[in-house]
Write a protein that binds this ligand. Structure first.
Ligand code: 6PG
Length: 236
């Protein structure tokens, strides 16, 4: 596990973007699962502005989770990514593998699970991403696996339907077997509201196992936390 702490959210975006640019340059093809929420916006804005020279034709993009809404909805992780990155870079359309949030969740979880089987290399009998990018909620959830549905982590399916504990919003999420089969997993976590869970998970405090984010342990051993000082305030 590597912990990369930067003073500000923008510097987290810069440091993560530097890391991603190197990864893309090193690989012939790079398969990346994107996270949703607000933190990726800063990273996408930074990359769109500063990384015009990235060869995106070698990159395939997927989503680790999506909200069950149309791609035009303000809640859509796909729309957020289009607005902050995809509309500003030159990436082949066929390299963008979005979750169809507008379709019936149970059917879409199955369909997207098959897409991952077809598009990704199969390693350990499981589709393998080169990089899975994850955020973490104040409650310790990651992707769309929330504490009240932590059993979804151990699902034998590639994707599952989840329910947001407060809004009841349905989500499509990849499961633990895909996350922990990735070559590298990178957490992008910023803000003081995350500090308590970051401390609990990284220092393996009593009860940390009840937070889905604590189950992230790629078999490759390549786990990187990109944190700002606020999120790292209780481990620093
Ligand atoms: C989503 C996410 C979710 C997110 C965390 C952190 O679709 O909401 O993928 O797991 O990463 O909730 O969100 P913030 O970055 O907004 O704090």
């Amino acid at each position: 596990m590597h912990i990369n702490i930067s003073p500000t959210k923008t510097e987290v975006a810069k440091n993560f973007s530097d890391y991603l640019k190197e990864l893309i340059k090193e690989n012939k093809t790079t398969h990346i699962a994107l996270s949703g929420g607000s933190t990726p916006k800063v990273v996408f804005d930074y990359m769109a502005e500063h990384y015009k020279d990235v060869d995106w034709s070698t990159v395939h993009l997927y989503w680790g989770d999506e909200r069950c809404v149309p791609p035009t909805d303000s809640e859509s992780n796909y729309k957020m990514t289009v607005d902050h990155l995809l509309s500003k870079i030159n990436i082949p359309k066929d390299n963008i593998h979005r979750v169809r949030g507008e379709d019936l969740p149970e059917l879409e979880a199955g369909r997207y699970g098959k897409v991952l089987e077809e598009e990704l290399p199969i390693v350990n009998n499981t589709p393998q991403f080169d990089l899975v990018i994850l955020g973490m909620g104040d409650d310790g959830h990651t992707a769309s696996i929330f504490p009240h549905e932590i059993d979804l982590w151990d699902s034998t399916n590639n994707c599952e339907v989840a329910v947001h504990p407060d809004s009841g919003q349905r989500r499509i999420t990849i499961t633990g077997k895909l996350i922990n089969n990735a070559t590298t997993v990178a957490f992008l976590v910023t803000g003081g509201s995350k500090a308590e869970k970051v401390r609990s998970i990284i220092t393996k405090e009593e009860g940390h196992e009840s937070y889905p984010a604590s189950l992230v342990s790629p078999s490759s051993g390549e786990l990187i936390w990109f944190l700002d000082e606020e999120a790292a305030a209780q481990i620093n």
